[in-house]
Design a protein around this ligand. Structure first.
Ligand code: A2P
Ligand code: MG
Ligand code: MG
Ligand code: MG
Length: 305
């Protein structure tokens, strides 16, 4: 009997993000990023486009009835043959599917794809910040996620690592760690800051602020104990930025919501914009405290910028 759909989607995504990561490195190595400005502070490079074509074509070929939504919109689906990934990860598929996902059907699932998270950092050569995100939503919640970091240097010299999480099963691909208990470290945007974002951070009196790019990379900071909270008081991110990070973080026991503490919906017809910002932490207590501490003017002014 075939393995449950969600396990096959995760196992194929696992190999697909690695191929996308290799494409991202190849584009950088060739040196012609061919940058298009989609909007204010919103770039798209050849790597974003090519990585998305690789991921969407591969997932779509194997799972034609699953809705897949990618950041770079509808782009031509035909791709070079060597970009098409057909093999599933042999190790991942051996895990037992959590029983709550055994019967998930194609029509209950949405796959949110951010082919390159941290484009601004990629364009500036801050390559460690870049991740490839594939998030799997069932009904309206983020359930499974894969975060691939193409420029992570493994101790054996290999480039790239792949972090995964599936609610009910757990996580893999990294070593979890707690942040220092005598500090309060916030991670936030490096490239999209403004006065409201800064006011929200000031209101929380952190001992340290780590400014890095990408939603994926910031959630990795939480998972690895480098920061206590990810705070982003802006309507800049979209569902493809948060679906995979939320699923991985929550599969590890953390929480990712908007700044009011409400989960976003990831169903297929939802507004793509995360209008109420992002708040994430490994600790539910820390998360609740931040929701209580944030002044109301932050919410009133956030969407106006
Ligand atoms: N104003 C914005 N316009 C477009 N994308 C944004 C904006 N703000 C944030 N993002 C997306 O959310 C990610 C996390 O934000 P930040 O790095 O500023 O903390 C960014 O890397 C970017 O994703 P992407 O790089 O995939 O376009
Ligand atoms: Mg983008
Ligand atoms: Mg992104
Ligand atoms: Mg992107």
């Amino acid at each position: 009997m075939a393995e449950p759909l969600i396990m096959r989607v995760m196992a194929l995504s696992f190999n697909t993000v690695k191929r996308a990561g290799a494409i991202i490195r190849e584009v950088m190595q060739r040196g012609d990023l061919n940058i298009v400005e989609k909007g204010k502070d919103d770039l798209q490079t050849e790597a974003d486009r090519s990585a998305q074509r690789c991921i969407i074509a591969s997932l779509n070929k194997e799972f034609p009835k699953v809705q897949i939504i990618g950041e770079e919109g509808l782009i031509e689906q035909s791709i070079p043959e060597e970009w098409l990934v057909t093999e599933i990860d042999a190790e991942f598929i051996k895990f037992k599917c959590p029983k709550e996902w055994n019967d998930v059907k194609e029509e209950d699932m949405v796959i949110w794809v951010d082919p390159l998270d941290g484009t601004s950092e990629y364009a500036h050569g801050l390559l460690e910040h870049v991740t490839v995100l594939v998030g799997i939503a069932v009904k309206d919640s983020a359930v499974g996620g894969i975060i691939h970091q193409p420029y992570y240097k493994q101790t054996n010299g290999e480039m790239g690592r792949t972090i995964w999480g599936l609610k009910g099963l757990g996580t893999g691909g990294f070593k979890s760690s707690l942040p220092p208990s005598d500090k309060f470290i916030i991670t936030t945007t490096r490239s999209h800051s403004n006065a409201i974002i800064q006011a929200s951070i000031d209101a929380l009196s952190p001992t340290e602020v780590i400014r890095v790019g990408g939603a994926g990379f910031k959630v990795l900071h939480l998972l690895e104990g480098k920061a206590h909270a990810y705070v982003f008081a802006s309507a800049g991110t979209k569902k493809w930025d948060t679906c995979a990070p939320e699923a991985v973080l929550e599969a590890e026991g953390g929480i990712l919501t908007d700044l009011k503490g409400q989960h976003y919906s990831y169903s297929k017809d939802v507004d793509h914009v995360n209008v109420n910002g992002i708040l994430a932490s490994m600790s539910h207590m820390c998360h609740d405290n931040i929701v209580k501490k944030l002044p109301s003017h932050i919410f009133e002014n956030m969407q106006k910028i």
